[in-house]
Design a protein around this ligand. Structure first.
Ligand code: ADP
Ligand code: ZN
Ligand code: ZN
Length: 730
């Protein structure tokens, strides 16, 4: 390469194989991390100056004459070192193009532009020639409330009780100066010195331990405690320590529906709200927070997965709340588990991470056993609240009537609860009215044309809907196959059907149905939750949206309509997930002074999940689950990678699969299963073929898969999704 040309590697937020070289012209000074504009083909794109290749790694030689030059550099805080390292790390781990990961860190293009400003006005000191009473009012008000302070015209007009024309008149008269002022709200600093609640002995021991890790390099801690044990109060103490050290904190939540509650609690504890980060923010807020994070002004971020990719100026602590939640897994684009990536981010940043859960994932539990994570335990609920009493009802012995879903014992328990003036909840993790509609005359089943799935009836909206691709159609009144009228039968229950039965059986109860179809956005969820807390509701029928996080002091009975749901199917984590979910739901009962009760309706009362829930013996369950996984060489004792090939036509996918199957590299410690049709063989109009790569734990699976895939070039019609550590086996 011509030594006269100074070059820089620039990574673009696109699915390209790596960074590109660009020439740096004389008058430009760029360093790694700088955001720059560069030409790419006929257009210009924004990228990040990436780090030089390590010594000894040869770049592909580029003809200097063909090298294009960086156009300009943004006047914005450069992407921090640790974030660049993190992008590379995530790309290598998930087998994604680094640019695709970079895109996750560049979702807010406006943040690179100068801050918006607004026009403000402040006293000039000169008196206006003509001082009308209204003008006088404005001047007096400004003198009294801060003569140096600039304010927007509308604010001044409002404060003085005049029209904005009075303000412009005063400007013309020379009595007010015009100033440009920041157009964004400032961040209020949370105060790490405020007193928290008086902690119990166990809580304060844990809090002390967590606090001691802050500022002392990387560590990972499982904060393990039953729901209501005060885990949040405890990790707040670690947050306080980080704040006192002047550091930033990231608290990750699995669902944005939980954010408003935590924001409020945080504000009460620290005197200022943290900055939320999730998909519901508008562009202006995104810009404000992104820049606030980059400049260290936003001190605490509460966010979803994507908050991991913010440009923290000085991150000192990460908390992952409900660490076991599968919602931390991003299933599209760059497929990653935000919980695991958060641990990597903490390690790269040399800071502590706290994983909190009442039902920790087996992965995390095994990491504790291996000594990689430390564990802190909060064994009891705070205060008077006690864990609920769990019983299983054998549906084979206590069967509901035909077309009904609530057994006699559950109905009796609900009646008792309502009569005592308490609240009850019926839980069924299935949206809609019925999961399957079929024709009684010819047996026709309503299936999605684009997916390998049944259409779910939503009676409330009078339509059939596919829960995989969203396809909807009005509920037909006759069978499309045999044309019979009145022959369609709804099979099985969804929450809407349970609500129908509940309304019939308990006509005097005030009923509330809570599922994502009835609650649009966090605000609606908050409202529904508020109604329950204020006891404007007696009986709640809900899906998993009510299972988590909420605190309903008067709720004393939880009835799980179908505890077996989720145990069927070949999912590796079916038992673990069902246990976690049902434990979580059970945790809604008896959070206040009154003891709670949980009733599980099941056809499998002897299943390990039901036994563990009834006995309240989580660790026994985890041990058994661990043993089974270990015997099968499954995660966390072995590793899995799933490859899914998909194409509009099945032969296109199978052909590539066959080719890949012939190219499987031989290696010790690895087995490649497949190709086989994926469990959902048709999804959103694409046919899917799957390979499952199963290896021993210390096998370098990324290297293996990379070498394997390097041998094929995919035709345009075929897409490949690589899922390292798959959670979903659909
Ligand atoms: P978890 O996160 O383990 O489910 P929380 O931190 O939400 O538990 O605590 C459950 C409830 O108990 C909350 O309302 C919380 O404010 C209260 N609480 C927990 N610990 C204390 C304490 N030491 N003093 C006062 N209230 C507490
Ligand atoms: Zn029919
Ligand atoms: Zn579909």
């Amino acid at each position: 390469m011509d030594i006269d040309v100074v070059t820089a590697r620039v990574l673009l937020p696109l699915a390209l194989p790596g960074a590109y070289d660009y020439a740096v012209l004389d008058d430009l000074d760029v360093r790694p991390g700088d955001f720059v504009r560069v030409p790419l083909g006929p257009r210009e794109v924004t990228g990040v100056v990436w780090d030089p290749l390590p010594d000894g790694v040869e770049a592909k030689p580029v003809d200097p004459k063909k090298l294009k030059a960086i156009v300009s550099r943004f006047d914005a805080p450069p992407m921090p070192d640790v974030l660049r390292k993190f992008v590379d790390w995530v790309a290598a781990y998930t087998l994604s193009p680094p640019g695709a990961v970079l895109r996750l860190a560049m979702r807010v293009p406006q943040a690179l532009e100068p801050a918006p400003t607004i026009t403000g006005y402040r006293l000039s000191g000169a008196e206006p020639l003509r001082a009308t009473p209204q003008r006088q009012r404005v001047l007096e008000m400004l003198r009294e409330t801060g003569p140096q302070l600039a304010r927007p015209a509308r604010e001044i007009a409002e404060m003085a009780g005049v029209g904005t024309s009075v303000v412009s008149g005063l400007v013309k008269a020379g009595a007010l100066d015009v100033v440009e002022m920041p157009g964004e709200r400032a961040f209020i600093e949370p105060d790490g010195d405020l007193e928290g609640p008086q902690l119990s002995d166990a809580q304060s021991l844990a809090a002390h331990d967590l606090g001691a890790h802050v500022g002392n390099g990387f560590s990972a801690t499982l904060l393990d405690g039953v729901t209501g044990a005060g885990k949040t109060e405890v990790y707040f103490e670690a947050v306080a320590t980080a704040l006192r050290q002047g550091k930033q904190v990231l608290v990750m939540l699995p669902e944005i529906a939980l954010t408003p509650q935590l924001l409020k609690r945080f504000e009460t504890r620290f005197g200022a709200p943290p900055a939320p980060w999730h998909s519901d923010l508008n562009q202006k807020e995104r810009r404000r927070i992104w820049r606030g994070v980059a400049e260290g002004r936003a001190r605490v971020i509460v966010g979803a997965r994507s908050a991991l990719f913010l440009p923290y100026a000085d991150l000192g602590l990460i908390v992952v709340d409900e660490e076991h939640e599968s919602a931390f897994k991003q299933e599209e684009g760059v497929i990653y588990n935000a919980r695991d990536m958060a641990v990597a981010r903490a390690s790269l940043g040399d800071i502590p991470i706290v994983l909190a859960s009442a039902t920790p994932s087996l992965e995390t539990v095994v990491n504790v056993q291996r000594g990689r994570y430390q564990r802190l335990v909060l064994p009891e609920r705070h205060g008077a609240a006690e864990l609920p009493d769990v019983t299983a009802i054998d549906l084979r012995a206590d069967a509901p009537e035909r077309g009904r879903w609530l057994s006699q014992s559950l109905v009796t328990a609900i009646v008792d609860t309502l009569e005592a003036g308490n609240q009850a909840m019926l839980f069924l993790n299935r949206r809609g009215y019925a999961p399957l509609t079929l024709c009684r005359t010819c047996g026709h089943r309503f299936e999605c044309p684009n997916c390998d799935a049944w259409l779910v009836e939503h009676r409330f909206r009078k339509e059939l809907q596919c829960h995989h691709c969203g396809t909807r159609a009005p509920t037909p009144y006759k069978c499309p196959e045999c044309q019979s009228e009145n022959s369609l039968a709804a099979c099985g229950p969804g929450v809407e059907r349970i609500a129908e039965e509940a309304a019939e059986r308990f006509p005097d109860a005030r009923l509330s149905v809570l599922s994502s179809d009835h609650l649009h956005g966090p605000a609606a969820t908050q409202e529904a939750v508020g109604q329950i807390t204020r006891q404007e509701v007696d009986l709640i029928v809900g899906t998993q949206v009510v299972a988590k996080g909420h605190n309903f002091p008067n709720l004393t009975l939880v009835g799980v309509v179908d505890a077996d749901l989720g145990l069927t199917g070949g999912d590796l984590r079916a038992a673990e997930r069902t246990y976690q979910l049902l434990h979580q739901v059970s945790g809604r009962a008896g959070r206040g002074e009154k003891p709670g009760r949980v009733i599980l309706q099941t056809y499998m009362p002897h299943h390990k999940v039901m036994q563990a829930l009834v006995a309240g013996d989580r660790d026994q369950f985890l041990q058994q689950e661990a043993r089974e996984r270990e015997d099968a060489g499954m995660p966390p004792y072995g590793r899995l990678v799933s490859l899914i090939l998909s194409a509009p036509e099945l032969p296109q996918a199978t052909e590539v699969a066959r080719y890949l199957a012939r190219a499987v590299p031989a290696a010790e410690g690895v087995r490649v299963l497949g190709p086989a049709p994926a469990p959902i063989a048709l999804l959103r109009g694409r046919h899917r073929v799957r390979f499952l790569i199963k290896t021993t734990r210390d096998f370098q699976v990324q290297k293996y898969v990379r070498a394997w895939l390097a041998q094929v070039k995919l035709p345009n019609a075929v897409r490949l999704a690589v899922d390292v550590d798959p959670q979903s086996f659909l």
